[in-house]
Design a protein around this ligand. Structure first.
Ligand code: NAP
Length: 242
């Protein structure tokens, strides 16, 4: 029987590449989105056309009850979720003094609260099955400071703390928790920076270019089967932070 993976924020970008790669690796995948229904459905169709098992589900990861409903639906349609990839995230460049309390709270609710909600939704099943794998997507700004990205950086630091502490807590149950920390990856999230800034950033990266979503997906697929690895943070950043 196929293993089942829930990948949050997988209608595009890193999440879509990850859903694709996991389906190719033999997982039945649940693709999650919040707005881009057409992109999520197109990905489901592309995967089904290749003979893979895929469904999509709209849920705001910040909404605990919507996440519970998504996990229940995925479990019924695809079987027990054995792999959760907490990828959904939002970013925003703004000076600290201009961040409103609402914007601060929303960033935490999606980036960190989304991880909390999704883990709480899938963990009972994993505990019952005595196996499971959780992979959280942080950022290089989860271990280093970033001007004008204070809220984002705080959430990504917290995701690393969540990873390490939960890994320690869950290790005796056989459930592994790891984290991927991407550098600058060529997705919609960074396109807002504009071509000039991105080309300057590329020059600062030792490998001389932005990363591709597929390159993060490859690491996630590796971690999904790295059975003696838990509590670790893997930077995939072209050598940006050395
Ligand atoms: P992206 O291209 O902007 O895509 C974001 C994805 O998250 C979309 O599928 C979006 O769904 C979904 N999403 C956003 N808010 C959501 C919510 N509240 N509930 C459910 N889904 C939601 O982003 P990306 O670059 O692929 O980034 C993916 C992850 O990698 C994020 O956690 C990000 O912080 C992290 N990361 C990215 C970079 C980078 O350089 N790109 C670097 C470091 C870390 P819709 O399509 O429906 O809007």
């Amino acid at each position: 029987m196929k293993k089942t993976a829930l990948i949050t924020g997988s209608s595009r970008g890193i999440g879509a590449a990850t859903a694709y790669a996991l389906a190719e690796a033999g997982y039945a995948v649940c693709i999650n989105y919040i707005e881009q229904r057409q992109k999520a459905e197109a990905l489901v169709k592309a995967l089904r056309d290749k003979g893979h098992t895929a469904i999509c589900y709209r849920a705001d990861v910040a909404d605990a009850s919507a996440v519970q409903a998504m996990a229940a639906h995925a479990g019924e349609e695809l079987g027990q979720i054995s792999l959760l990839v907490n990828n959904a995230g939002v970013a925003g460049q703004i000076q600290f003094q201009d961040i409103t309390p609402d914007a601060w709270n929303r960033m935490f609710s999606v980036n960190l609260g989304g991880c909390f909600n999704c883990i709480q939704a899938v963990l009972p099943g994993m505990l019952k099955a005595h196996e499971g794998c959780i992979i959280n997507v942080s950022s290089i700004w989860g271990s280093h400071g970033a001007s004008c990205e204070v809220a984002y950086s705080c959430t990504k630091h917290a995701i690393i703390g969540l990873t390490r502490s939960l890994a320690a807590e869950l290790a005796p149950t056989g459930i592994r928790v790891n984290c991927v920390a991407p550098g600058v990856i060529d997705t919609d999230m960074v396109k807002v920076l504009g071509e000039e800034t991105l080309s300057m950033l590329a020059q600062e990266i030792p490998l001389g270019r932005l990363g591709k979503p597929q390159e993060i997906a490859d690491t996630i697929v590796h971690l999904a089967s790295a059975t003696y690895t838990t509590g670790q943070v893997f930077s995939v950043d072209g050598g940006f932070i050395l």
